[in-house]
Ligand binder design. Sequence first.
Ligand code: NAD
Ligand code: UDP
Ligand code: UDP
Length: 328
Amino acid sequence: MKELTRKRILVTGGAGFLGSHLCERLVTQGHDVLCVDNFYTGTKDNIAHLLDCANFELMRHDVTFPLYVEVDEIYNLACPASPVHYQQDPVQTTKTSVHGAINMLGLAKRVKAKIFQASTSEVYGDARVHPQTENYWGNVNPIGPRSCYDEGKRCAETLFMDYRRQHGLDIRIARIFNTYGPRMHPADGRVVSNFMMQALENRPLTVYGDGSQTRSFCYVDDIIDAFVRLMNLPSDPGCPVNLGNPCEVSMLEIAQRTKAITGSSSPIEFRPLPVDDPCRRQPDISLATRLIGWTPHTSLEHGLRETARYFTSVIGAARTAAAVATHA
Ligand code: NAD
Ligand code: UDP
Ligand code: UDP
């Protein structure tokens, strides 16, 4: 890559699900990528294939502590994302969102880097407006079990906007809606990973509530396209941008599709709905389409098939490792 277009890019949370795909994309484009992760939910396996690349570097570091490096762009993705993971140590979740944002913004300010924040549709909470547009302020319980994540991300958005207003930082805030695909953590408790693992291991699929609640699922390759386009937009859009796939489905439908794709005969079992679980979620992505000319193009069918292929390989690798250990 020409020196003029080659950038030094920091990806925090780069060993996680989305971060590893983003690192891969940026390395392939020829940029110098610094992946920073404390491996709280991410794994080295996710980025093992990049470790030999001359333009990729891995640093174990917790973003709640200051970081002094020289970069041109920062993608701030560090934060556990699944309800099971972020509720495991809720205080650390808030610290990661808030202290992590302050440190990365301080870094961006010092080195004059462009900075991207992985925010979330959770800032809308149990939305009263449907589909959700960026100007909706949300309906978030500030003291419930999800609030460490929701309010942490809301505070991070506040910090990003204030660093922009107060210090003139060039910021990009992406409100990411549910994303799925290869490298999701098999035990993160999210619906797609749970259903895939349950279906492939012939265990019952656990539908919470009556399964009528909806989400809109975006395939990982599509969301990574959007991240890079938003970062490369010549000027700061000045407001958060929804990124996701507007194709809205119920959890019961996801369970049925997963069974069909994996050919599983697992039964569906109904379990209690978690506290504060949003009823409906669907992004209005007209702003993203207007600003960055983006719409997701991967069908749910294709995305789920790719995801099933990944989880099949994960289960195969675990069985092989267990067999080797037994015979050792
Ligand atoms: P993930 O859990 O796979 O990745 C998060 C990464 O951050 C992990 O590698 C983890 O080890 C790392 N991390 C956590 N705390 C850290 C800390 N204090 N210091 C350094 N690293 C730390 O989750 P993901 O799905 O890849 O999500 C990535 C980002 O995107 C998160 O900020 C999440 O909130 C956001 N997001 C994801 C989704 C989604 O559907 N996947 C939706 C909305 C927002
Ligand atoms: N910071 C960092 N790397 C840098 C510059 C700053 O991690 O290269 C952290 C540092 O811990 C600081 C925070 O970012 O506390 C916020 O920085 P800022 O300059 O905004 O504020 P201040 O230094 O006055 O607290
Ligand atoms: N869900 C479910 N069964 C599971 C895991 C999740 O029915 O095994 C439901 C969950 O209650 C929620 C939806 O699926 O309504 C999406 O959950 P996930 O944790 O994937 O994401 P989020 O709630 O953060 O959107």
